[in-house]
Ligand binder design. Structure first.
Ligand SMILES: C[S@@+](CC[C@H](N)C(=O)[O-])C[C@H]1O[C@@H](n2cnc3c(N)ncnc32)[C@H](O)[C@@H]1O
Length: 348
């Protein structure tokens, strides 16, 4: 069963319960909320039912605490609004039972997975932040290639890779930097590492839906989608692909990542809240546009876990808006596209 279907089944079960309860009791309408200004204990549009409204927000707060403990995503207006939107028509008793049963479920339970699919933001696209990408090609990769001349391999991890665009960007950039350094060459339209050299890119995310798209490696040229910022020289990475009309959106063209890039990549589900990394010895770790959803103590724990996964001399990139909270493991550099952090020898 797909995650979407599970969520829909769950919601439809709860909606059926609401309808049954309403029909049986001809009860007053369920509380409704001002979604724009939903704040705990405030902003009710039905002041005549404050206890019921308060009860709903308390349950939502309880659920949000569970979401933060399990997945790091901090309670905030976006998450809260999504939850209020999903649950505002549920009868209190049904919702209370459900929240209780969620509290007793393990993080790996499909119910939590369904909920987290609805609460996570998967926004991403190719060549996101061009200054950072050119810093990667001009500063970071040359640093890594000279460091790994003897081992002849680069191990890359995109932690929170969403639908895969970042993983393919990193792989393509690594192959291009290797070509520039004489460690890869263009052969029949493919960038091929010289003998003995290899690039291994690993993408992880909490969302199964996002991982499915990443593995399929097929992207549509829809409006503000994956291709909103694609430079011309990035196009070498794609080939046209025909999608069955039943699965395609009318008027959208689809492109697949070429085999010579895909074969360097692997995707797996991983929750950043784990303190044991899924891989070790990483040379390059990207963890962008996800730590902004976490509070500082969780950000710090995630950065520690990422540091544990890295080799000395390896590089971590967090994006400009996220502060480095474990400076004891890194030497920081300021490049033309923002800060990057070189892993030192200190053991985690
Ligand atoms: C906005 S996307 C960022 C994608 C990419 N790194 C980029 O910068 O374009 C954030 C991703 O973080 C993932 N995420 C959120 N919480 C997570 C967690 N606890 N563990 C792993 N991934 C998580 C979401 O599923 C989502 O795909």
């Amino acid at each position: 069963m797909t995650q979407d279907k599970k969520v829909n089944d769950l919601l439809s079960q709860m909606r059926t319960a609401v309808d049954t309860a309403r029909a049986a009791t001809a009860a007053a309408p369920a509380p409704s909320f001002n979604l724009q200004a939903a704040k705990p204990m405030q902003s009710f549009s039905k002041p005549e039912e404050p206890s019921q409204s308060r009860a709903l927000l308390l349950l939502i707060n309880e659920l949000m605490t569970g979401v933060e403990t399990r997945f790091g995503i901090k309670p905030g207006t976006l998450v809260e609004r999504k939850l209020v939107r999903i649950f505002k028509d549920m009868p209190m008793a049904t919702l209370k039972d459900w929240v209780e049963s969620m509290n007793n479920c393990s993080t790996e339970h499909s119910e939590w997975q369904s909920l987290v699919e609805n609460l996570t933001v998967h926004e991403t696209y190719f060549c996101r932040d061009p200054d950072l990408m050119s810093m990667l090609g001009d500063e970071i990769l040359p640093h890594l290639l000279s460091l790994r001349k003897t081992q002849k391999q680069l191990q890359i991890w995109s932690a929170a890779s969403s639908t895969g665009e970042e993983v393919y960007d990193l792989t393509f950039s690594a192959l291009r930097a290797m070509q520039k350094a004489g460690f890869a060459r263009l052969f029949e339209g493919k960038l091929v590492p010289e003998s003995g050299w290899g690039v291994f890119s690993f993408g992880t995310d909490i969302s199964n839906q996002a991982l499915r798209t990443a593995k399929a490696a097929v992207y549509g040229d829809l409006g503000m989608g994956s291709f909103r910022n694609l430079p011309d020289d990035w196009k070498a990475m794609f080939e046209d692909v025909k999608i069955a009309p039943a699965n395609a959106m009318p008027g959208v063209n689809y492109f697949k990542i070429r085999e010579w890039v895909r074969q360097c990549t692997r995707f797996e589900r991983f929750n950043l809240m784990n303190n044991r990394p899924p891989v070790m010895g990483m040379d390059l770790v990207f963890c962008r546009n996800v730590l902004i959803y976490f509070e500082d103590p969780i950000k710090k724990a995630v950065q520690t876990m990422l540091a544990r996964a890295m080799s000395p001399g390896g590089v971590m990139v967090l994006g400009a808006s996220v502060q480095m909270l474990v400076p004891e493991y890194f030497e920081s550099r300021l490049g033309k596209g923002g800060p990057w952090y070189v892993r030192n020898d200190t053991r985690v």
